[in-house]
Design a protein around this ligand. Structure first.
Ligand SMILES: [Zn+2]
Length: 178
């Protein structure tokens, strides 16, 4: 049997980014993953929820994936994401509920996330965010060295989420790309 050894540029580097602009995305699910270890760390310091977001209702780019890591160290952006899905953040039912110190999380549960023997990769999201659509502004990041000097291919990122919660008075970021 012969194996393919010659590849197009797209096969080698992935499809080029979609043009910057406003898109409607649909959340297909989450692929949580512990973030990579930093030098000196023996345990991952955060988790990326990795929502699987695909373009919908678009004549040219239906089905294209748009990556957004959704790291727990940047949870201040989670409200923007959840509101774009038309939902509110959920109050965690713990000892702080109903007090000034009450805590919030995304609606739904990650089954397995309270079991320390389970890796984020084994968590299963069950909740109302699945299959929700959301409007976002997609940015196109040109190829070039990143902050660490490593050369990166051109890629997309999400600049902002558009809130879909009626009468929302929360302040949302209009540029998440730094
Ligand atoms: Zn809002």
């Amino acid at each position: 049997m012969a194996f393919q050894m010659n590849f197009s540029k797209e096969e080698l580097t992935g499809a080029p980014p979609i043009p910057a602009g406003k898109y409607t995305l649909q959340l297909k699910g989450f692929k949580p993953k512990a973030s990579a270890l930093k030098p000196g760390e023996t345990e991952s310091g955060s988790v990326n929820l990795n929502p699987e977001l695909v373009v919908v209702n678009h004549p040219d780019y239906d089905g294209r994936r748009v990556f957004w890591g959704m790291n727990s160290k940047a949870a201040f952006l989670w409200t923007d994401f959840v509101h774009a899905c038309g939902l509110a953040m959920e109050v965690v039912q713990n000892e702080f509920a109903g007090t000034a110190k009450e805590q919030y999380t995304i609606p739904g549960v990650f089954e397995g996330s309270d079991d320390p023997t389970k890796k984020p990769e084994d968590w299963k999201y069950l909740g109302p965010l699945t299959n929700k659509t959301l409007d976002v502004e997609v940015a196109e990041i040109p190829a070039g060295p990143d902050k660490g000097g490593v050369y990166r291919q051109a890629k997309n990122d999400i600049r902002q989420f558009f809130c879909a919660v009626q009468n929302c008075t929360d302040k949302h970021s209009t540029n998440m790309i730094r």
